[in-house]
Design a protein around this ligand. Structure first.
Ligand SMILES: *Cc1c(COP(=O)(O)O)cnc(C)c1O
Ligand code: SF4
Length: 346
């Protein structure tokens, strides 16, 4: 049951999965340049309060359903800011690097096979596809060498997983794993499940939030009745991202028996205030999702205008803790190179 005020009454009968072909069409009609996006949100290019970057190397990509949730005529819209390239991305400060985590540096030993990354005990991460359905300006994976980790199949990775009985959970990551076709995803899940010591398969995906039309009957079927327990960690940063379409997509996932969690990134001038984060947690839960992580950004070059300093983050978090029941409080974490897990920051 979803809190009625998060689903407009006129949509309440509009439940269940979307038709199969729709999502690829939606993705094909995503905004891929600044002008299209600026026009769509009814802003005047000449009057923007900040300089946009029309030639960004990490291209603009925003699907129609996500754009529909942006306010019109507001250059500071929290959803717009997540996808609009600005010249601030060229600012470089000391300590900010293209790839601070150096996950793929062979010397660190995290790469167990092409496309298989293991940093933590008991769980390993499989890179399934390089693309996403949206390009988030703060993304720390933008420098990831996907071409080296895009095997035609995951044979070596699967062999490495099969050979290591200490691994009980596989995380499908990317890019976004839900950009795989239902057939590709189904074959991959089946291959992973054929390894007896794998108990859980976790999918990290922003697609239920940004391209809800991906939730087709075929996808629900693919996720349903599996030997392994299925977990999906979606990615929403702001309550304005959650509306009737996300409620419908998340409900489809729930019906497929998938446990739903959310990770957010703490982003300057987007969600770095208590009221927004409280509303995000409450709205996520109303749509059947438990808050999991609130990430502090890494020192990734080009993203420092989103950076929230540790002290400030901890002050926000302390207030958040005072306003939410414990089960709606995400863990405040940062990824620190060389640590055996994400680091709890509070
Ligand atoms: C974040 C991450 C995980 C997942 O960590 P959890 O704390 O289990 O959510 C696993 N592998 C890699 C490489 C990661 O970066
Ligand atoms: S969906 Fe995730 S991986 Fe893709 S661009 Fe956004 S933050 Fe990066």
């Amino acid at each position: 049951m979803i809190t009625p005020n998060y689903i407009p009454a006129h949509l309440s009968s509009d439940v269940g999965p979307w038709p199969n072909e729709l999502w690829t069409k939606e993705l094909a009609s995503a905004a891929r340049d600044v002008k299209t996006l600026i026009d769509a949100v009814q802003l005047d290019h000449a009057k923007l309060p900040f300089p946009v970057d029309t030639t960004a190397q990490f291209p603009l990509l925003a699907p129609p359903s996500f754009i529909a949730r942006m306010s019109r005529g507001n250059a500071n819209d929290p959803l717009l800011k997540q996808v609009l390239p600005t010249l601030q991305e060229h600012d470089v400060s000391p300590g900010f690097m293209p790839d601070p985590l150096a996950e793929t540096d062979p010397a660190r030993g995290f790469i167990k096979a092409p496309s298989l990354l293991q940093k933590y005990q008991g769980r390993a991460l499989l890179i399934t596809t390089p693309g996403c359905a949206i390009n988030c300006r703060y993304c720390f994976r933008r420098e990831f060498p996907y071409t080296e980790h895009r095997p035609k199949n995951h044979q070596d990775a699967l062999a490495a997983i099969a050979a290591d009985a200490s691994i009980s959970e596989i995380i499908l990551s990317g890019g976004d794993p839900l950009l795989l076709s239902d057939t590709q995803l189904s074959q991959l899940l089946t291959a992973i499940e054929s390894i007896a010591h794998i108990q859980r398969i976790r999918i990290h995906s922003r697609i239920p939030i940004v391209l809800p039309e991906r939730l087709t009957h075929a996808l629900m079927k693919t996720l349903s009745n599996r030997r392994c327990q299925m977990v999906m960690v979606v990615h929403s940063n702001h309550p304005q991202e959650l509306n009737a379409t996300t409620a419908r997509a998340l409900d489809c996932l729930k019906q497929s028996g998938t446990t739903l969690l959310n990770q957010s990134v703490l982003l300057r001038s987007i969600n770095d205030d208590v009221r927004t984060l409280v509303e995000l947690s409450e709205k996520l839960f109303a749509q059947g999702v438990l808050p999991y992580y609130l990430h502090l950004t890494d020192h990734v070059a080009g993203t420092e205008h989103f950076f929230v300093a540790d002290d400030e983050a901890k002050a926000i978090y302390a207030q958040l803790q005072g306003q939410l029941p414990g089960y709606l409080l995400p863990k405040l974490v940062r990824e620190q190179p060389g640590e055996a897990s994400k680091t709890l920051m509070y």
